[in-house]
Design a binder for this molecule. Sequence first.
Ligand code: NAG
Ligand code: NAG
Ligand code: NAG
Ligand code: NAG
Length: 300
Amino acid sequence: MAEAICLFTKGTIIIKSPKKSPIFLRMIVLVFAMVCGVYICSVCLNQTNFGTTSKLLNVEINKRHCCDYEVDRSQTPYAHYPKPETFSRAECACNPVRYFAIFSMQRSGSGWFETLLNSHTNVSSNGEIFSVKERRNNVTSILTTLDRVYNLDWFTSASKNQCSAAVGFKWMLNQGLMENHKEIVEYFNNRGVSVIFLFRRNLLRRMVSVLANSFDRYAKLLNGTHKSHVHSLEEADTLSRYKPVIDLSSLVTDLKQMDQRVSEALEYFSSTRHIRLYYEDLVKNRTVGCFFTSQGTVDI
Ligand SMILES: *[C@@H]1O[C@H](CO)[C@@H](O)[C@H](O)[C@H]1NC(C)=O
Ligand SMILES: *[C@@H]1O[C@H](CO)[C@@H](O)[C@H](O)[C@H]1NC(C)=O
Ligand SMILES: *[C@@H]1O[C@H](CO)[C@@H](O)[C@H](O)[C@H]1NC(C)=O
Ligand SMILES: *[C@@H]1O[C@H](CO)[C@@H](O)[C@H](O)[C@H]1NC(C)=O
């Protein structure tokens, strides 16, 4: 815009300044030059105000969407304006969208946590999309899948379509996440995706839940259906009647391995923008769920 006006001004100087009524034309040129100067100055000032602290921020300023000005500046790299191929965002085209991924392990409360997120009208967490093997066969198919999810072109029962303000999914550590961590970290940092680590503090309880769940897969205690997540106290009572047997000889090794896997995940993805949550804390204190508005890393 600034350049366009300036070019026009130059053009005016070169083409139109000759003779005729020189003073009048010069005045016009002068006024144009002043307007142009003031405009450039205001643009420069704006950019200086936006800060030069991070490279990401500067890159974002260049790509800045016209309707981006309402967004908190510190959040700029994380506010996106996807243009889905399969539909139009219509009146919500200027609503910024946050990208997130929940990194978790089976039986750690991620199903419950996702239900909480999806109860918000503008949040879409699309479930375990990488439970399907073809989607995580290689890095290419992983990245293609991520592109579709974050471009809002991925449809599940959780999709909120054009008015989504945050979109993501849950990703279990054993679903190609650890093997392809380098490329995924790069993708997340380039695209401004925030990571939510959701683990369970009590790994022994998690182990019991894993054993009970795999038992129920064939025992089908709830009237012949297998349910991974219960929805009432009665269902929970029925399932908890089963007491799994734990192999003591490998217990300590198994728990250590689980713990190590969590530590590895935290280390691999430490350079992403992330928050670390524990199921036990969430159950106790639900105000923690307000992380979407929190800035930076919150560790609890
Ligand atoms: C990656 O996986 C997809 C899906 O399974 C497959 O179609 C594609 O050929 C694979 N690409 C490479 C480079 O192996
Ligand atoms: C949330 O969704 C509603 C419609 O479902 C929309 O009117 C509103 O603008 C959205 N809010 C944000 C912050 O995107
Ligand atoms: C199982 O069947 C019993 C008796 O028919 C019924 O009362 C109960 O609600 C059913 N439970 C589920 C989880 O469908
Ligand atoms: C719940 O968590 C929030 C955010 O971490 C904290 O500010 C608050 O004090 C906690 N409340 C309780 C009762 O622990």
